[in-house]
Design a binder for this molecule. Sequence first.
Ligand code: PXL
Length: 296
Amino acid sequence: MIKSYIPRVIAVNDLSGFGRVSLTESIPILSAMGVEVCPLPTAILSTHTYHFKDYTFCDLTEEMPKILNHWQSLDINFDGICTGYMGSARQIEILATFIKTQKKPGFLTVIDPVLGDNALSEAETVYYDRMNDLLCAMKKFVTLADVITPNLTEACLLLDIPFPDGPISDNDLFDIMEKLSALGPKCIAVTSVMTGDNKMCVGVLDKTKNEPAILDCSYVKRPFHGTGDIFAAVLTGALLRGCDMLSASQMAVDFVRDAISETMKHPDIKIEHGSVFEPNMAKFFSVRFAKETERR
Ligand code: PXL
């Protein structure tokens, strides 16, 4: 059921000026989905940290509690929070404290446990710079989430299991999602999962319905940077607009697929420039939400 009122969400992520990640994706996407976004930047960077050297990094940890305190003094009603890249473990603590004060029925907490991505390097797990020490804090943090959106690398890190050295079976994926939901979150979407040669999928589990699903993504053999952030933003927006976990995940898969095919039309755009989501965004969401509204 699509809600006609405008949900309000706190988007916690870094602001990387160049490279299409985090807030430069979640703010426009959530706005295009009819959701009011209140950005809480964790850091300001000149670019994201993948492939770029000498990027600037301004940590905003000390600003975060001040911003949250001001919002609380204004008695603003938030419908949810979505979190992505964290600059430090201390930031996770600050947010955990805030989320505990907001927890009430209907308040949605989506945590994207940004830690690394095996798909970005062929041979070994890439830990994003500054990320190693965050794993312990992240393991505790995800227990507060309603929804988590790890990629398969992050799922393995959260569960302390090795990253599989080849495609995994549907049952192994279901098992991973069950174990993740045992940590606390009712809904899980595991992205970037190879379930066969040239077969890339997203696993979805909604514990309230107990129907795990595997959504097929068309596979293109090269990384598309920033797609995890796009996926999490679309999923959050769709959930806040009243979609259930499965249709919200499908919408996110479809939107990422469109961004990937758009990116491939621009050979001058390098991997680190991110995925081209802008040209189709307005049309995609106006058509999707028109359809959802008709179905009511
Ligand atoms: O989307 C992941 C991400 C977010 N923010 C920053 C990053 C990355 C991945 O490289 O460097 C700053």
